[in-house]
Design a protein around this ligand. Structure first.
Ligand SMILES: *[C@@H]1O[C@H](CO)[C@@H](O)[C@H](O)[C@H]1NC(C)=O
Ligand SMILES: *[C@@H]1O[C@H](CO)[C@@H](O)[C@H](O)[C@H]1NC(C)=O
Length: 190
């Protein structure tokens, strides 16, 4: 029991602390509106960004500021959660769906590998880059992770696939990782 508790604390604590009082040198504190408008080139993305930050518990009022890193961590964390949900759905389909078509099964198996790769990227981004104020590798790690998701998307969009059930999740994940990337890129440019 104790061991489990300690493990839980170790996994959760760094993220919590990061959210609470991360302080990376030379990273500005800004409001949600500013960070979202700096990161996003379109109104649709901007609105998504505001919603994502609000749903993550950040006060969206113009007078409230956070270190830019906090927004990037939150978006990365939301991406990670979203990937986990998709991985769960993939393994449910592969293990429990007795009427899974052959084509869907093949695509989902490939996607499992793609998602493991994408999850590795986001985990390195969170625990290796953002937690340590080390932003140099951020963009390349994000691009790698996004390429893995593209692979999964292509599997699902293959001409022989008929409306795969999990395609909407992959689209959702692509939007999440795009947002995390756009916010992360602000740090890489500092
Ligand atoms: C990341 O998400 C987990 C659960 O999904 C949450 O417990 C944690 O506080 C989050 N961290 C940040 C920095 O938002
Ligand atoms: C099982 O897979 C098929 C297609 O391969 C899909 O149409 C069906 O909705 C899936 N069933 C469940 C319970 O997810």
């Amino acid at each position: 029991m104790k061991v489990i508790l300690i493990l839980l604390v170790c996994i959760v604590a760094p993220l919590r602390m990061a959210a609470a009082r991360l302080s990376c040198p030379n990273v500005p504190h800004i409001s949600t509106r500013s960070v979202c408008s700096n990161a996003c080139g379109t109104k649709v993305l901007y609105d998504h960004c505001i919603d994502a930050m609000r749903s993550g518990g950040i006060d969206p009022s113009p007078s409230h500021t956070e270190e830019t890193t906090v927004y990037a961590i939150l978006a990365a964390n939301q991406t990670w959660d979203s990937y986990r949900d998709t991985l769960k759905a993939l393994s449910f389909q592969l293990q429990q769906n007795k009427s899974l078509s052959y084509a869907d099964g093949e695509a989902y198996m490939g996607c499992q590998d793609d998602y493991v790769a994408a999850s590795n990227s986001i985990s390195i981004i969170m625990n290796g880059c953002l937690e340590n104020c080390y932003f140099e590798k951020l963009v390349s790690m994000y691009l790698e992770g996004m390429a893995s998701l593209e692979n999964c998307r292509d599997r699902m969009l293959a001409p022989w696939m008929k409306a795969p059930l999990l395609y909407p999740k992959v689209e959702r994940d692509r939007n999440k990782v795009l947002m995390a990337y756009l916010l992360g890129k602000l740090l890489a440019g500092l």
